[in-house]
Design a protein around this ligand. Structure first.
Ligand code: GDP
Length: 329
């Protein structure tokens, strides 16, 4: 008789990271469960697009993550050995325009999950998706696990509050719970509202003659951009350690939005300057000190390091966007 495989529960399984993570865990022989919104199940062609290829290999559970009872019920049914809490309202707005939704999706949901695991599956290992937005406007760079947090968006605040809650469940209740403080990470599965995907999909459309312009915010804004499948590998590595801890996951390299433009349009043999306009609607305040991470600790303890260059990530995204447009034509 075979022992039953270990079970992983992923919130946010339909997203970029969740879908790569599900594929990785399936390949390792895990039984993979995912939490999805009921509306997503009703519109699989759009909302489950990232997991269509593995749909029949995973088990999906419908729930709103801001409903404590539905999360409790799922944890009770699945009794996971590992849980990856990736679901969040993840688009960073500085407008503070929907505070209730962001706080309930990003903070209360973390609390419901932690308390359910403590009651029902205290041996379960938890990964929580933290963010470089927790550093917000940092006072030093590069940032590491000891740098001062200074969030400037409600997203960052909600992630930081969850980070403290996770650390407290670890200390007070002995939960094996880790936060990954991940810097931006991209792939062909990135949402279209993020600047890299906005640029690569526009370059693809312009290449195919379907568009002739692109409106952006501040092109001098700089970020530390890595490759999502590699960042997902770091999450898994955190839960495979003997002891839980928090880690910065980053490339340590800064590029500007303009660099991304150059890379994306080079992939289709064009000069971005002919197509791009600034629209004040997309301009956001930038911190004086850039968000760029120092992942030395992850390298030392997890043996993790980033490999793909940004130009190869952007080129992959442009090619995937061209293919997507051709397929839908
Ligand atoms: P974020 O780091 O999670 O906010 O990721 P984004 O991809 O949304 O933004 C990355 C950077 O690109 C930020 O510094 C934005 O100010 C800058 N940016 C410039 N123009 C745009 C735009 O049109 N859309 C977005 N989303 N970001 C832009």
């Amino acid at each position: 008789m075979h022992a039953s495989p270990p079970r992983a529960l992923i919130t946010g399984i339909t997203g970029q990271d969740g879908s790569y993570l599900a594929e990785m865990l399936l390949a390792k022989g895990w039984e993979v469960h995912g939490v999805v919104r009921r509306e997503a199940l009703e519109d699989p062609a759009h909302r489950l697009v990232n997991i269509i290829g593995i749909r029949d290999k995973i088990r999906l559970h419908a729930a709103n993550i801001d409903n404590p009872l539905s999360l409790y019920k799922i944890v009770s049914d699945v009794r996971p050995n590992q849980c990856y809490h990736l679901a969040a309202s993840s688009f960073v707005s500085y407008a503070f325009d929907d505070e209730n939704t962001i706080l309930s999706h990003n903070f209360s949901a973390t609390h419901y999950l932690l308390s359910s695991l403590k009651e029902l599956a205290p041996e379960c290992r938890l990964y929580f998706a933290g963010s470089s937005e927790m550093f917000g406007a940092p006072d030093e760079f590069p940032q590491n696990e000891k740098s001062r947090f200074n969030p400037r968006s409600l997203y960052g605040i909600s992630k930081l509050a969850s980070y403290h809650l996770v650390a407290n469940y670890r200390r007070q209740h002995g939960l094996f719970a880790c936060t990954g403080i991940l810097y931006n990470h991209e792939s062909p599965r990135r949402g279209f509202e993020y600047v890299t995907r906005k640029i690569t999909s526009a370059a693809a459309k312009i290449h195919l003659g379907l568009s002739d312009r692109l409106e952006l915010g501040n092109m001098s804004a700089r970020r530390d951009w890595g490759y999502a499948p590699e960042y997902v590998r770091a999450m898994v590595a955190m839960l495979e350690r003997d002891a839980p801890d928090d880690y910065v996951i980053a490339t340590g390299l800064l590029h500007s939005v303009e660099d991304v433009l150059r890379m994306a349009f080079a992939a289709v043999g064009k000069d971005y300057k002919q197509f791009v306009e600034v629209n004040a609607q997309y301009v956001r305040p930038e911190a004086d000190v850039p968000l760029v991470g120092d992942a030395a600790r992850a390298q030392k303890i997890l043996g993790w390091k980033p490999e793909r260059s940004l130009s190869s990530i952007i080129e992959e995204m442009v090619m995937a966007d061209i293919q997507l447009l051709k397929n839908s034509a």
